[in-house]
Write a protein that binds this ligand. Structure first.
Ligand code: NAD
Length: 351
C-alpha cells in the first residue's frame, strides 16, 4: 500500500483529494492546522478507516513533519496547505506569507532531509507535488491564455505568496535535486468549499434571501474547474509528470462573475423557488470592486492534455448543478462550518 503525506487535507480541494485517494487504496497521512478553513466534517466518512491518519499541525513545524516522514515513509508529499482567500490576504497578508512562503519553505526543508536518507529506489519513486494557482501569472486582457511559460506577475498578497512558494519549490529541484512537481490550476468549485468563495457564498446568500454581492461591473472572468477534475489532474501529474516540470490545469470554462451568479440563481429558482415567486437574480447587488482585482484568467492546459492525457470530465453547467444539489443536500455541513468565526461577511475592501 502506498503512503502519501497530504497537507491541507481538511480544506476544500485537499479534502476532496483525500477522500478520492483513500477510496482508491492509498494510505494518507493528513497534516492540517485546522484553521478557519479546515473542517474535519468533510472527512467524517473516513472515521475509523485505517487508510487515513489525521494529524493536526502546521506545515511550518519542521520537527513534527520530520517525525511524520520518518515514521510513515511516504512515497509522496502533496502540499495543499495554504491560506487561500484573496480578500483575506488584503486585510491580513502576514498569515499568507507565514503559511504559504515560510511554511512551504519549512516543508521543503523537512522533505530535503527525508529525501537525503532514502535509498536509491525510494529516491527514484519519491515526489513532492506543490499545488498552486493560475493567479501567479497576473491578469490577462481580452485575448490569450496562460501557459507554463507565462512570466509570473502576481497582483495580490495571496498570489504573491503562492508565487514565492512556487519559486522555492523549483529552487529545491535545481539546487538539491528534490523531485518536485508543480500544478497551477484555475478557480475550483464543488462540494465542501468554504462558503466565503464565490459560488458557495452566492448559494447561501441566495437561499437566505440576502443581497448577492457582485464586485465591480461583474465582468471579471475566471476559468472554472470542477474540483474532482482538479484532483484527477493532480493524481495524473503525481503518477506521470516529469520531475521539475509545472503543469497548468484549467476547465476551458471561462465565465464572467455575473454569468456565474446568474447561473446559480437560475438553478436555485428551479430547485427551490422563492416563496414570492420572484427570480433570485433580483437579489443581485453590484458592490465596490476588490482592490487590485485581476480582470481575466484563462488557462491553456494543452501540456497536461498532451503529455498526460488529462482533460476535464465535467462541464461547467453539469458541475454547477452537482454543486448546488450537494449544498442543498448538506445544510448540516454548512451550518457546522459556519459555527466557527466566519459569518458570510466581506473581507478585503481596504484600498
Ligand atoms: P482551503 O482554504 O479550503 O484549505 C486550506 C487548508 O489548509 C485548510 O484545511 C487549512 O486548515 C489548512 N492550512 C492552512 N494553513 C496551514 C498550515 N500552516 N499548516 C497546515 N495546514 C494549514 O483551500 P483550497 O481552496 O482547498 O486550496 C488548496 C490549495 O489549492 C491551496 O494551496 C490553493 O492555493 C490552491 N488552489 C486553490 C484554488 C481554488 O480555486 N480554491 C485554485 C488553484 C489552486
Amino acid at each position: 500500500m502506498q503512503t502519501w503525506l497530504v497537507t491541507g487535507g481538511a480544506g476544500f480541494i485537499g479534502g476532496n483529494f483525500v477522500l478520492d485517494a483513500v477510496a482508491s487504496g492509498i494510505r494518507v497521512v493528513n497534516l492540517d492546522a485546522l484553521t478557519y478553513a479546515g473542517n474535519l466534517d468533510t472527512l467524517a466518512s473516513l472515521d475509523g478507516n485505517p487508510g487515513h491518519m489525521f494529524v493536526q499541525g502546521d506545515i511550518g513545524d519542521r520537527a513534527l513533519v520530520g517525525r511524520l516522514l520518518a515514521e510513515f515513509r511516504p512515497r509522496a508529499i502533496v502540499n495543499f496547505a495554504a491560506e487561500s482567500h484573496v480578500d483575506r490576504s488584503i486585510d491580513g497578508p502576514g498569515a499568507f506569507v507565514q503559511t504559504n512562503v515560510v511554511g512551504t519553505f519549512n516543508l521543503l526543508e523537512a522533505a530535503r532531509e527525508y529525501f537525503r536518507g532514502l535509498d536509491s529506489d525510494e529516491r527514484g519513486a519519491f515526489r513532492f507535488l506543490h499545488v498552486s494557482t493560475d493567479e501567479v501569472y497576473g491578469s490577462l486582457g481580452d485575448e490569450g491564455r496562460f501557459t507554463e511559460d507565462t512570466p509570473y506577475a502576481p497582483s495580490s498578497p495571496y498570489s504573491a505568496s503562492k508565487a514565492a512558494s512556487d519559486h522555492l519549490v523549483r529552487a529545491y529541484h535545481h539546487t538539491y535535486g528534490l523531485p518536485v512537481l508543480t500544478t497551477n490550476c484555475s478557480n475550483n468549485y464543488g462540494p465542501y468549499q468554504f462558503p466565503e468563495k464565490l459560488i458557495p457564498l452566492i448559494i447561501q446568500k441566495a437561499l437566505a434571501g440576502d443581497s448577492l454581492p457582485v464586485y465591480g461591473d461583474g465582468r471579471n472572468v475566471r476559468d472554472w474547474l470542477f474540483v474532482g477534475d482538479h484532483c484527477a489532474a493532480i493524481r495524473r501529474v503525481l503518477e506521470g509528470g516529469r520531475v521539475g516540470e509545472t503543469y497548468n490545469i484549467g476547465g476551458d470554462a471561462e465565465r464572467q462573475n455575473i454569468e456565474v451568479v446568474k447561473a446559480v440563481c437560475a438553478l436555485l429558482d428551479q430547485r427551490r423557488p422563492r416563496a414570492d415567486g420572484k427570480p433570485r437574480d433580483s437579489q443581485i447587488s453590484f458592490v465596490s470592486d476588490r482592490p487590485g482585482h485581476d480582470r481575466r484568467y484563462a488557462i491553456d492546459a494543452s501540456k497536461i492534455r498532451s503529455e498526460l492525457g488529462w482533460s476535464p470530465s465535467v462541464d461547467f453547467e453539469q458541475g454547477l448543478a452537482t454543486t448546488i444539489d450537494w449544498y442543498l443536500d448538506n445544510p448540516d455541513w454548512v451550518r457546522r462550518v459556519l459555527d466557527g468565526s466566519y459569518r458570510l461577511e466581506r473581507f478585503g475592501q481596504e484600498a
